[in-house]
Design a binder for this molecule. Sequence first.
Ligand SMILES: [Zn+2]
Length: 403
Amino acid sequence: MTNSINEKRAIQHLMDLLATPGGSGQEGAVAALVCEKLRAANVPETWMRYDCAPTRIRRALGSAAPKFEVGNLIVKIPASRPGARRMCLAHMDTVPLCRGAQPVRKGNIIRPAGRTGLGADNRVGVAAWVTMIETLMRERLPHPPLTVVFTIAEEIGLYGAKFLRPADIGRPAMAFNIDSGESGRIVIGAIGAQKWEAHIHGRSSHAGVRPEDGISATLIAARAIERAAARGYFGKIAQGRKTGTANAGVIRGGEATNEVTHYVYVRGECRSHDPRFLQVIADEWKRAFEWAARSVRNRQGQSGRVEFCVAGDYPSFRLPEDHPVVRFAMAAAKNVGLKPETRILDGGLDANPLNASGVPTITFGAGQHGAHSLDEHVNIREYLQGCRLALELATAAEPEADA
Ligand SMILES: [Zn+2]
């Protein structure tokens, strides 16, 4: 019997983790609590360490890099039976809406006490892996070598997973990520995205006395966005059979009404399951800004200028239904009494960069619902199912080699 988790303890781990604050880049207290719980479960100190992801992120992004309290927390558990290494992961950070969250349990449901999110996204995942490790240690269950990674800064761009170093995780044959609702849904594909920034440079001039000398960056921004929309590249995008989405989400600029605006900043994103079409969408936006900058001229015939840059991205992935990791996860879910189904997601996951780096990774849920909203809650029954599935994935025998 491999699914003998201690339910009371599993729920306590979750309540403790939900009550601990930790936004993106501020995962220090959450990581410390995980370490404390693992020490109490007799996990030796030498199995746990933080990686240097923050340093690598700073090197890659320079001054644009977010601040970090800690790196990814990596727990390497030596094998107690032969087998290929497996990796388990869940992100530690929560979205800003969860600031000040206090979990309250009523029967089968956990909700926030006040008007905040709960942070079930993704503390259910963190708590389920803590429960898995504690159960392994207590029951002395046989298992292959395991790497459990508690990642940082997922919500602001999958940074922890993206900057994991292969040498630190020990080349796992497959990986299991917890980060969604129902435990029976096995996510085998997710969309890819590009985030972009446009820096629009115009020319200032007195808006009442000499407007004809100015080049309005606000007019350039307006024309660029309208151009992209008119060509069918704003919001939901469908060009023939190619689909995707795009959004200009942030516009900043201007300080006075009597000054032709000399600088505007626009930030947006595009998404598609098709990597080539994702590039097409990003290129459309770049061209729209460049066209708009050329179209706005002052009396001297000078035009505006745009710097358009990709500010972050992650690739899409799609594992085939008959991929070994998918079949293994589906079988494990059935073993713990679930009726599993495969899913493709329109959001990014830590599984995106992992699949891109060659570690086949599925994602499953552990009872979190209403992520990123005031209605966020945990279904405890589903959470416990997620914990059982987590344990099964870590311990179940390898499938027989295919004939
Ligand atoms: Zn999440």
